[in-house]
Design a protein around this ligand. Structure first.
Ligand code: FE2
Length: 252
């Protein structure tokens, strides 16, 4: 996908070899978001409607989420977690675009991956993950607050380990490292803000039960320097983009 010389035909051939991806692309192209008269039944035609940004979002999301399987845990829903991550990715990208940051697609993948450490807990230590969510729920605190004082590395440290192992690009590593504060990098602050906004609006769920979320959002919105009009533009663009979530995430 990163090759500048890749043609639509080559991308289309790649996608057609993956049934899950083809299904997602056709489902999205035929969703009410695009309202294509008569519908689309083949991948190359669907790609022409979707555009590169959306195709990249679908491929990235499928490759990240496809690596993990649900374990049936009762207080942590994987499908709600996917919605949370995807929403943070989309909101970060829309915000980066609106604020004219250099690489909005980095914001998407940073947002998508910011909490990937929780997936390691889900895979390797589901009981520990469940315990953290329980502590957060009982104390009305955030996931990261609930992790403090426990014997395991927290989800930031685990996420950074995984992204080094997967050799993910540096902006992703920075987003994982700084999404709970401490960074002055505007690209990282943007992911922190998007994460807080998505938590405050309860889009999906990532194990946070933070009673202070609204005031945290207010502080971060000020720190970002977002004026009410810009905020309104970002929110309405994002909510439109988020209509694609069902078609892209469905079946995970
Ligand atoms: Fe987090």
């Amino acid at each position: 996908m990163q090759s500048p010389t890749a043609t639509l035909q080559e991308i289309s051939d790649l996608i057609k070899s993956d049934v899950g991806l083809s299904t997602r692309i056709l489902r999205l192209a035929n969703s009410s978001y695009y309202s294509i008269p008569g519908g689309v039944s083949d991948v190359p035609k669907a790609l022409q409607y979707l555009g590169f940004t959306t195709i990249a979002q679908i491929v990235l999301t499928a490759s990240v989420f496809g690596s993990f399987k649900s374990t049936g845990m009762t207080n942590f829903s994987l499908s709600q977690f996917w919605i949370h991550c995807f929403a943070v990715g989309q909101l970060a990208e829309v915000t980066a675009r609106t604020l004219q940051h250099k690489n909005p697609s980095d914001a998407f993948i940073g947002g998508l991956m910011h909490d990937v450490g929780k997936l390691i807990l889900l895979e390797l230590a589901p009981d520990h993950l469940s315990k953290i969510v329980h502590i957060a729920n009982e104390g009305h605190i955030s996931f990261i607050q609930a992790e403090q004082g426990l014997e395991y590395p927290n989800h930031i440290e685990l996420g950074m380990e995984l992204s080094r192992y997967w050799r993910l690009p540096n902006p992703v590593l920075l987003a994982i490292e700084g999404h709970h504060g401490g960074s002055t990098n505007p690209d990282v602050l943007l992911v922190e803000w998007a994460d807080t906004w998505v938590n405050a609006r309860h889009l999906g769920h990532s194990g946070n039960h933070d009673a202070q979320i609204e005031s945290k959002l207010e502080v971060l919105t000020k720190k970002m320097g977002l004026q009410p009009k810009t905020l309104q533009t970002i929110e309405s663009h994002f909510l439109k983009e988020f209509e694609k979530a069902g078609a892209i995430l469905g079946g995970h």
